[in-house]
Design a protein around this ligand. Structure first.
Ligand code: AG3
Length: 284
């Protein structure tokens, strides 16, 4: 019998997937974890009833949250991932030959374990890479206390409800600022702006004052229904959001990375924001 998974993240609007096979369903120490198979999106992982990732379109999200900051930086050696238990972000970061270490701080060990088993194509062996250090801990506490420093920090979090809410707090952003090296870049998933415009404004209000330059970039990810997903961007070097196209092209070519969504032209264009987002930012 086929059942239906209905995601209700936004008031009065949702999206539905047929559950063609339940692969895993369990209440972890932190949240309700569900992994199922869907005829068009492949394997789908949801936390607390919200779709986090699917096999079919995960590349868009993971490529855009890794290659944009890493290639804009140009010499990132140490990377911190907050969340990202499915391992997709880790896989993409590790494709950069210049990266010598990646620390991943995930609060829920069960997400990592079950995604390794049921979504193996996401991590594709990344958890076994010797450059990787996995820390099972609260991301806010980690960035507030660690002595480690990073060139790029990626917040691959859930929406600001439940355990992920603290990853949108001023305390978390200040902690990230604290452990970024000079010239470092912070990026974070920031929801679907058309339906979650208040999140864009809230992030700008909290993150903006901590950095010399703060903006958003975007991509359309089908699974995050409702239009463009925005990604928060913060750094103390305003030039990093607009790299020279020839340099970007050169870095992309030198990296040898094969992508399916990202390319230097997409990179150059993704910082152009629709007027309704600019208006919301101007109003704060
Ligand atoms: N991070 C998920 C973002 C969920 C956003 N949902 C939304 N706003 N529709 C996902 C983890 C993937 N590594």
């Amino acid at each position: 019998m086929t059942t239906t998974f209905v995601e209700k993240l936004h008031p009065g609007y949702g999206q539905a997937f047929s559950i063609d096979e339940v692969l895993f369903e369990h209440r972890t120490e932190h949240q309700e974890l569900l992994i199922f198979r869907n005829a068009s999106f492949g394997r789908v992982m949801a936390l607390d009833g919200i779709v986090q990732t699917t096999e079919r379109d995960e590349f868009i999200y993971h490529e855009m949250l890794t290659h944009v900051p890493l290639l804009a930086h140009g010499a990132a050696r140490r990377v911190l991932i907050i969340g990202g238990g499915d391992g997709g972000m880790l896989r993409e970061v590790l494709k950069h030959p210049g990266v010598v270490s990646v620390t991943q701080v995930e609060i829920d060990a069960a997400v990592i374990e079950m995604c390794k088993r049921y979504l193996p194509n996401h991590s594709a062996g990344a958890f076994d890479d010797p450059r990787v250090d996995i820390v099972i801990a609260d991301g806010v506490e980690y960035v507030t206390q660690t002595q480690a420093r990073f060139d790029v920090i990626i917040s691959d979090c859930t929406d600001p409800v439940g355990p992920g809410e603290v990853l949108f707090s001023s305390r978390f952003y200040a902690g990230c600022k604290r452990c970024l090296n000079p010239g470092g870049i912070f990026v974070a998933q920031n929801g679907v702006a058309f339906l979650q415009l208040d999140e864009v404004a809230t992030t700008a209000r909290r993150l903006g004052p901590l950095f010399a330059d703060q903006t958003f970039y975007s991509a359309a990810v089908p699974t995050y229904a409702g239009g463009l997903m925005t990604f928060a961007w913060a750094s103390d070097d305003g030039a990093l959001r607009a790299p020279d196209p020839a340099i970007l092209q050169q870095r992309y070519r030198d990296s040898g990375i094969r992508t399916r969504f990202y390319n230097p032209q997409v990179h150059a264009g993704c910082f152009a924001l629709p007027q309704y987002i600019l208006d919301a930012l101007a109003a704060i």
